[in-house]
Design a protein around this ligand. Structure first.
Ligand SMILES: Cc1c2[nH]c(c1CCC(=O)O)Cc1[nH]c(c(CCC(=O)O)c1C)Cc1[nH]c(c(CCC(=O)O)c1C)Cc1[nH]c(c(C)c1CCC(=O)O)C2
Length: 347
């Protein structure tokens, strides 16, 4: 199939398609028995992300089951700090643990020069997935991704997962010079990382700013919108046309400013965003993506269907990509995802 004919690429480029194309955040993962099997085979999560045969296979698993319009590279936003040399492990049941960076010495230990060699296996995964899609699912678009600088910094500074990232937000106020240096380093490394994914075969790129909504409005402009805009400029210099998706999670009404200023063509809505409000407030040329509650997919049945249909109704007539408002969760029954795909495909 001709590259420009892929439905997801068309929607990301501003076309209103009906039924809309769809994919689901975290569509490869623990709710799928075939994922759990390969995960066990790989041992730990980082090995899975850095073993191209396995990571490519995991990326393709949900496409084989459900035929999504987008395949998102199987990796993690924390593979960039890992590639920069920060100590990282994923503890069973605890989530990610990193050696926290809180001072100039910690910052200067990072190795931007090592990103390129360290990401080699991830780029090989991208190339394998692209070839796999060409053979098995020629209408499906390959999405590369990175975390946004602020969200990645949350883990680098706090050193673990959490819900409020107090250390990171405090550091941004107490030592904005140091924090700004970390953010700039992440901007540059992220541009390099995303361009390398595009070169290896990613056809669209997404920036996950999962914790943007923790910031005050002024801090949101400084640490979410500005770095995203700098990344977009860096990518556009080399790849003026590649579709870019931004996800400023929990931004609330600031999603409008993000859509105006970050420079991405598509903005992803989180679960709490009213799609009718977003449709009215976000510039009509911007594609919207989202935003079914992941818990509605756990529930399934009539409740899931009603929620999905109300999102579809709100988005009718505008460039739109159906997705969840956050990642699919492990207790999701796989048959509910199949039922959701049927609802979306009937428009
Ligand atoms: C904040 C964030 C992370 N990772 C990611 C984000 C941004 C999106 C969001 O807000 O969810 C993004 C991510 N993580 C993963 C992907 C792969 C592609 C896909 O969406 O299917 C993507 C795009 C795989 C993963 N990343 C992780 C897993 C689980 C690892 C396992 O199998 O044990 C997967 C499949 C681990 C991870 N990775 C992260 C945490 C906090 C955790 C532990 C909690 C958890 O397990 O969900 C950081």
């Amino acid at each position: 199939m001709e590259h420009a004919q892929k439905p997801l690429l068309r929607a990301l480029s501003g076309e209103a398609l009906w039924p809309p194309p769809f994919w689901l955040m975290r569509q490869a993962g623990r709710y799928l028995p075939e994922y759990r099997e390969l995960r066990a085979q790989a041992g730990d999560f980082i090995s899975l992300c850095t073993t191209p045969e396995l990571a490519a296979e995991v990326t393709l698993q949900p496409i084989r089951r459900y035929g999504m319009d987008g395949a998102i590279l199987f990796s993690d936003i924390l593979m960039l700090p890992w590639a920069l040399g920060q100590e990282l492990r994923y503890a069973e049941g605890e989530g990610p643990l990193l050696a926290p960076i809180r001072d100039a010495a910690g910052l200067s230990a990072l190795r931007p020069d090592m990103v390129r060699p360290n990401i080699a296996p991830i780029l090989e995964t991208v190339a394998r997935v692209r070839a796999g899609l060409a053979a098995e699912a020629p209408r499906t678009t390959l999405i590369g991704f990175a975390g946004s600088p602020f969200t990645v910094a949350c883990y680098m500074v706090d050193g673990k997962g959490g819900k409020d990232f107090a250390e990171t937000r405090r550091l941004a106020y107490v030592d904005p010079l140091l924090f700004g240096k970390l953010i700039r380093l992440l901007v540059d490394s992220t541009v390099e990382y995303l361009l390398a994914q595009a070169e290896a075969g990613a056809e669209a790129l997404m920036l996950f700013d999962s914790w943007a909504g923790l910031l005050s409005p002024a801090q949101f402009r400084r640490w979410s919108i500005e770095p995203a805009a700098a990344i977009v400029r860096g990518i556009r210099k080399a790849r003026p046309d590649i579709p870019l998706i931004g996800f400023p999670r929990l931004a609330g009404p600031l999603i409008v400013e993000y859509a105006d200023r970050a420079g991405v063509g598509t903005v992803a809505m989180d679960t709490g965003m009213d799609p009718r409000w977003a449709a009215a407030q976000v510039a009509p040329g911007v594609t919207l993506q989202g935003n079914l509650d992941p818990q509605a997919v756990v529930a399934g049945g009539a409740a899931m269907e009603a929620e999905a249909r109300s999102i579809l109704a709100a988005m009718r007539g505008r460039p739109f990509v159906f997705n969840l408002g956050h990642g699919i969760v492990p207790p999701t029954p796989p048959e509910h995802v199949a039922a959701l795909a049927r609802v979306i495909r009937t428009g």
